[in-house]
Design a protein around this ligand. Structure first.
Ligand code: IMP
Ligand code: MG
Length: 333
């Protein structure tokens, strides 16, 4: 049994997409399966000079040997999904579960106005309204659409069979711990639980079948949309530090703060994390850009990582040092 679950430890946009695409290539899992809310997620993946912005497909699609799947807990926008399968060359190896919920025009409309848009700052992707209809038992599912039948499989069965056959499965979370409907900064959260337990439920993986949970933290904290952000920097301060970022899905400017140990500690607890991945170390320490071994890091960068390990009592096993898939220090044994 070798299942690894990767989740975000802050407010999404920790750089999970990059870490997952690295693990997908390095570990060569049989299946990469996505949980999480829906096409409100956005991952940016850089492969050579190609940049992919992914909202529906698992970020591990770069490994052409792996099957990519979306679990029954996720709501799907069929147009976005079909375009990504075509544009990213993932035809024939991309699958969804028959119980994936389907976003329709009415959901997009409800998400583009009123409190969801203005107060919560939703992504406008229809994800929240579709999940509301799912709770009302009125949402249509993938099995109700003939046009999707060629990509529908039994995702929980596929992943559990793969694990029983000692194959690797990489489980991909979306959003981040403090956007969880249960554990986040309610009401400024997404429409699902997105901690490791929720992600596992989304794909049909029971708690005793999880080997490792990697929680991904960025070297600083960002948040897009409204809601509390402790010790938030001004836009100018963020700019000065090189931390101004813009959302993958919405293009909105992300708010920023220093690495937050209190949030990180709680994220580790809520996710039952066994390992930490740190991304964008090169943004804090430009001299670390593109490094692939810990020994090559500057003393300041090494202390930053060592301080995280000692304060959080978990190993930092994967470190992102640049935007390319292979800009990674991999310290897993
Ligand atoms: P919704 O999930 O579109 O309903 O948006 C609710 C809140 O979660 C808003 O503040 C969004 O900006 C935020 N959010 C949802 N998905 C993501 C994500 O993948 N990354 C960052 N923020 C997200
Ligand atoms: Mg994102």
């Amino acid at each position: 049994m070798t299942s690894t679950v990767v989740v975000g430890g802050f407010f999404g946009d920790e750089g999970k997409g990059k870490i997952i695409s690295y693990l997908a290539i390095k570990d060569n899992p049989k299946i990469i399966v996505r949980g999480g809310a829906g096409p409100n997620a956005g991952h940016t993946i850089r492969d050579g000079d190609k940049v992919y912005k992914v909202r529906m497909l698992p970020s591990g699609f770069l490994n052409k040997n792996s099957k990519v799947m979306i679990g029954p807990g996720v709501v799907i926008n069929p147009d976005v999904l079909k375009n990504e399968i075509k544009d990213f060359g993932a035809d024939g190896r991309s699958f969804i579960d028959k119980h994936c919920g389907i976003i329709e025009e009415t959901h997009l409309m409800k998400d583009s106005k009123g409190d969801l848009k203005e107060k919560i700052g939703s992504t406008g992707s229809g994800t929240g309204p579709a999940n509301a209809d799912r709770a009302m038992r009125t949402l249509k599912l993938a099995k109700d659409f003939d046009s999707l039948s060629s990509i529908v499989v039994d995702v929980p069965q596929e992943i559990n069979s793969a694990l029983a056959a000692k194959e690797k499965v990489l489980v991909e979370g979306t959003q981040g711990t403090f956007l969880s409907l249960w554990h986040g900064t309610y009401p400024f959260v997404t429409s699902k639980d997105v901690t490791a337990s929720g992600i596992c439920a989304d794909v049909g993986l029971g708690p005793t079948k999880v080997d490792d949970v990697i929680v991904v933290f960025k070297s600083y904290v960002t948040r897009v949309g409204t809601g509390p952000l402790a010790k938030e920097l001004s836009a100018e301060e963020a700019q000065e530090k090189g931390w101004s970022e813009f959302g993958t899905v919405t293009g909105r400017q992300r708010r920023a703060a220093d690495f937050d140990f209190d949030l990180a500690r709680r994220a580790i607890m809520l996710n039952g994390a066994t390992q930490i991945a740190i991304t964008k170390l090169d943004v804090l320490f430009p001299d670390c850009a593109g490094k692939s071994s810990f020994d090559e890091l500057s003393e300041d960068a090494k202390s930053f990582i060592q301080n995280i390990e000692s304060q959080l009592s978990l190993p930092v096993t994967v470190i992102g040092t640049g935007p390319a898939v292979n800009d990674v220090i991999d310290r897993r044994s």
